[in-house]
Design a protein around this ligand. Structure first.
Ligand code: HEM
Length: 509
């Protein structure tokens, strides 16, 4: 299992979405929709979005530009707007994880949902703000054009054949959108093969001449693009894909490249091939009466049933409140982690152990770490972030005990309270709120950011060297970037996950 070095907001969010999000619920078990499958729709949109890539100039690729390209004939189809609506509805984007990362994640789930391979996932795509070039291949184009399109997208002829076969194992062609291809008006969606599953039936039925793929055997010769592509090397590639295992492995490798086709200026994370062995929840803090409360949790993959987990911490340098082995607290409880279909397909289980540490504010805390004792005579396992420990930031933080979710007669909002160390006579504080969910009725679905000013909080007077600032924030805000200037010192909190933190806010009316 891979190790995770905290903090790394993008990587931990990517792991969290891949293994713990709800996005997979739409494709688990390969459910049908609109006479095709949700998976088919999610896979096709990923390919079409990526199709704007140009290897020669290093531009385009999987960048969510599809949101601005839906008026083109190449992008017709029931599934396009529908898929984007699905993605927007989950509200998964963050300031560092855009719609393009969600589209790629959707494709990973889509394939697994229909029984296909797990495609290693990377995050870090950058969303385009305008349309890309109109370079999605169309069925009426000739073989030479298709070869050139795929070359521009970064795939050679053999890879082109396999990629089309891997894509067209799902879904089919919709009569109303392609009436010249599906001429029988009694058919709604003419599926490419006889199974909804992600399997090599598309290949075997083609080689046995029993295929129903209308892009192979349709009445219109001009639009038999799958036939031209599949047969372009004398069926050599299609023969090689007949083996279920080769099909699965080839599709996984090609889809990984497809999803990672991005502008050359974009850097993606290393691929996530399994859940990180240990990940923590970002510590949440509060200060009151000389004590910090710190809430965190440790996710442990494939834990022993008898395991007990302890959190330990060391004093700030020079202080000697904690024993030399560290102050410690047992986990306050644990919960099984419900992995997505990706984690389930890989056979992983996990538990999350929760901690509520009371830390003496005078001696404070320099770092914390964990000890997992399997209680079977084996040595305890130390989880210390690769030796450095986990170092919380105590000079400024959102105080989760003082923050509130306020229910008034007319509205619901968060009262966010921030603790800043120092005297705030000359302080100014501002923040940017990020709303993932777009309220637009049609694409593009883009996030909203709002600038806000924090005020000195009258109801939380200065205490223990901290000054408290506050602002009322809409409950649709999911992330915050906060900046406070106290004299010449600037405190910043970037990418604060308000959605998870607000679970710990008190409800007040
Ligand atoms: C020359 C290349 C290609 C051509 C001409 C082509 C053409 C088409 C057409 C006309 C449809 C019907 C769409 C609809 O009615 O909504 C379709 C569906 C589909 N294509 Fe392709 N395609 C190509 C390559 C690919 C590739 C490389 C992939 C994925 C890796 C892919 C994935 C899909 C999927 C999953 C569907 C089913 C969509 C659904 O059922 O809603 N295609 N393709």
């Amino acid at each position: 299992l891979s190790t995770f070095q905290w903090p790394n907001p993008l990587l931990s969010y990517a792991d969290n979405q891949l293994y713990e999000s709800d996005l997979d619920s739409f494709v688990a078990g390969c459910p049908g929709r609109d006479n095709t499958t949700v998976s088919a729709q999610w896979l096709r949109i990923a390919y079409h979005d990526m199709s704007t890539h140009d290897v020669d100039s290093g531009t385009g690729g999987l960048d969510a530009s599809i949101m601005y390209e839906l008026d083109r004939p190449q992008n017709v189809g029931e599934g396009m707007v529908q898929s984007l609506q699905d993605f927007n509805g989950f509200g998964l984007t963050t300031p560092f994880f855009g719609m393009a990362d969600v589209i790629a994640l959707g494709a990973v789930f889509a394939v697994v949902g229909c029984g296909g391979p797990v495609v290693p996932y990377s995050a870090g795509r950058v969303d385009a703000t305008v349309a890309g070039p109109a370079t999605v291949p169309e069925p009426q184009q000739d073989l030479a054009s298709h070869i050139e399109s795929f070359r521009q997208q970064g795939f050679n002829e053999t890879e082109m054949i396999a990629l089309v076969a891997c894509g067209h194992t799902l879904g089919g062609v919709r009569q109303v959108d392609f009436p010249l291809i599906v001429t029988d008006t009694s058919i709604d969606v003419d599926t490419f093969d006889t199974t909804t599953a992600f399997d090599s039936t598309i290949v075997s039925q083609y080689l046995q001449n029993t295929t129903q793929d209308v892009l192979v055997v349709g009445p219109n010769v001009t639009t038999q693009s799958d036939l031209r592509i599949f047969s372009s090397d004398g069926n050599v590639t299609m023969q090689s894909l007949l083996s279920v295992e080769t099909f699965s492995d080839t599709c996984a490798a090609l889809f990984q490249r497809m999803l990672n086709t991005v502008p050359s200026t974009v850097n993606l994370t290393d691929p996530i091939t399994d859940p990180f062995q240990y990940v923590i929840n970002d510590p949440l803090l509060s200060y009151q009466n000389g004590t910090f409360t710190m809430l965190t949790a440790l996710r442990v993959v494939n834990p022993s049933a008898s395991a007990t987990v302890t959190m330990l911490w060391a004093d700030q340098q020079g202080a000697s409140f904690c024993p030399s082995t560290g102050c410690s607290v047992q986990s306050s409880g644990s919960q099984p982690v419900f992995f997505t279909i990706v984690g389930v397909a890989q056979g992983f289980t996990a538990s999350r152990y929760f901690f509520n540490a009371k830390i003496n504010a005078t001696s404070s805390i320099s770092k914390f770490w964990f000890e997992i004792n399997n209680n079977d005579g084996s040595d305890p396992v130390i989880v210390d972030n690769g030796g450095s420990g986990f170092v919380p930031s105590l000079s400024s933080f959102v105080d989760v005990t003082r923050s509130e979710q306020v229910f008034s007669e007319t509205s619901v909002f968060f009262k966010v309270v921030m603790a800043v160390s120092g005297d705030a006579a000359s302080a100014t504080a501002s923040m940017t709120g990020f709303e993932a969910l777009s309220t637009a009725t049609a694409p593009p679905f883009t996030p909203t950011t709002t600038s806000m000013t924090l005020e000195l909080d009258d109801t939380n007077p200065p205490e223990g060297g901290f000054t408290f600032f506050t602002a009322n924030v809409s409950t649709s805000v999911t992330f915050l970037d906060i900046t406070v200037n106290v004299g010449s010192t600037t405190f910043t909190i970037d990418n604060f996950n308000l959605r998870t933190a607000s679970d710990f806010f008190a409800s007040v009316t």
